[in-house]
Write a protein that binds this ligand. Sequence first.
Ligand code: DX5
Ligand code: ZN
Length: 219
Amino acid sequence: MVEIATSLLSAKEENIIQKIYDLEVAKTDYFHIDVMDGKFVENDTTERMRKYTEYIKNVSTLPIDVHLMVEDIQSYIDSYLAMGVHSITFQLEACKNETEAIKLIKYIKENGCKVGIAVNANTPIEKVYEYVSHVHKILVMTVEAGKGGQKLIPETLDKIRELNKFIYENNYETDIQADGGINNETAQKVIAVGANILVSGNYIINSDNYKQAIESLKE
Ligand code: DX5
Ligand code: ZN
């Protein structure tokens, strides 16, 4: 069954509480929080995303799906664990080596939080295979990490297809999350190759009816 994680990256701060409330009523499955440190990627969203997470905690019980696009992964894990989020996903490219990646995965799980690993658009999908059995989900970036409103990169569909085959052949239960450029057209494409959690930002936030926009992604 396909789930929708609405990214608040492109949601302006004005009326953000109302937007959070309306997205809950519109039945988004998760709030997707894109934390960017201005080092791993150019944008710095750290302050605004911390505030948005606090707002969500105050007005909604829906799960918060945190996507860290940061260099100092450990310190951001600690601050988001402290805010009681549902899942934390970090970029494989920000890990120095496999030992560090495994250590971070274990740490997040030991703190009662679900864990994911994200691969950027031009990282070969094979790079995550060794982690698939250790995490709850693999986030496949379908755009270059760093900003919202971009177009889905078609080659990333093959990565999702390959990953899905690997998961199926090994009987793993790991979810596949597609993130970037997801709208009513591209949603069908990523679902067809195996994604079961879709992140969508601009398409939902800029729509005039959140509920219809979210439903159109699940069709
Ligand atoms: C990009 C983020 C995505 C992005 C999705 O680095 O990880 O979550 O905000 O936004 P849209 O749906 O507008 O591409
Ligand atoms: Zn994201």
